[in-house]
Write a protein of this length. Structure first.
Length: 249
């Protein structure tokens, strides 16, 4: 039996008269990458914002680890085990890589009463931060300023920040954007490494990478999911070919 870590049912979001997401349902399983693809304006980012709690849904529900979190805020969902990365880097460029990760780890277990304790010496946060950097392949960059990292490693740091909060579900918004071939290979290897312990939602435009890493693909057009299936079935779907993939896929 698949272990469903996040389930969205009939997610709809309207902005005035515009329907940005229209009745989308999906399930994220532990040990699987579920990709969401579609052209610009298809509703992908709106969907991920709703799943993370950044935007409220106009209709529908979201369950995280079997709990209804539809009305919970983004920080509350994060504390329950949801990690999210963004299209643009959200790192602190003037802090070291390790400090960035420590801050993320401390956000998971805040101790506002410990005013006498140096944040840099937090016994709980630093081991989790360093473990996250090790897993993300950034252990050797721990003392570098985050802003000095190459683009691909900055994206790896985004993943490390998520991992430092000890999530079970990862929502990754275009983690491959702007990467070269070598950087893409490194990120795909990282996602494959993380997959067994997490449920991963991947919003991505790199179709070659999507079809290599995804176990299931949902295709969105004008806010509606027109297909949600295994990669080979999605590739062969005539509606998907007409709407998005084109004859070359």
């Amino acid at each position: 039996m698949a272990e469903i870590l996040l389930a969205a049912r009939g997610i709809t979001r309207t902005f005035g008269g515009l329907v940005a997401v229209n009745g989308v349902s999906l399930e994220l399983e532990r040990g699987a990458v579920h990709a969401v693809i579609g052209t610009n304006g298809a509703g992908k980012s709106t969907l991920i914002n709703i799943l993370s709690g950044e935007l409220p849904a106009s209709a529908g529900s979201v369950e995280l680890l079997g709990r209804d979190v539809t009305r919970l805020s983004q920080p509350s969902r994060a504390l329950l085990g949801l990690g999210r990365s963004y299209q643009r880097n959200t790192i602190f460029p003037h802090f070291t890589v390790a400090e960035n990760c420590r801050l993320a780890a401390q956000a998971r277990r805040q101790r506002p009463w410990a005013v006498w304790e140096s944040a840099a010496r937090c016994a709980d946060a630093m081991p989790r931060a360093r473990a996250a950097l090790e897993r993300a392949g950034l252990a050797d960059d721990a003392e570098r300023l985050a802003g000095s990292l190459p683009h691909g490693r900055k994206r790896q740091l985004e993943i490390a920040l998520c991992l430092a909060t000890q999530p079970r579900v990862l929502l990754l918004d275009e983690p491959l954007a702007g990467m070269g071939a070598e950087e893409t290979e490194r990120m795909l290897a990282l996602l494959a490494q993380l997959k067994p312990d997490h449920a991963i939602l991947l919003v991505e435009h790199d179709m070659d990478a999507v079809f290599r890493i995804a176990d299931r693909i949902t295709v969105m057009v004008n806010g509606t999911a027109i297909a949600s299936d295994r990669p080979d079935d999605v590739r062969a779907n005539p509606d998907v070919q007409r709407a998005y993939l084109g004859a070359g896929h």
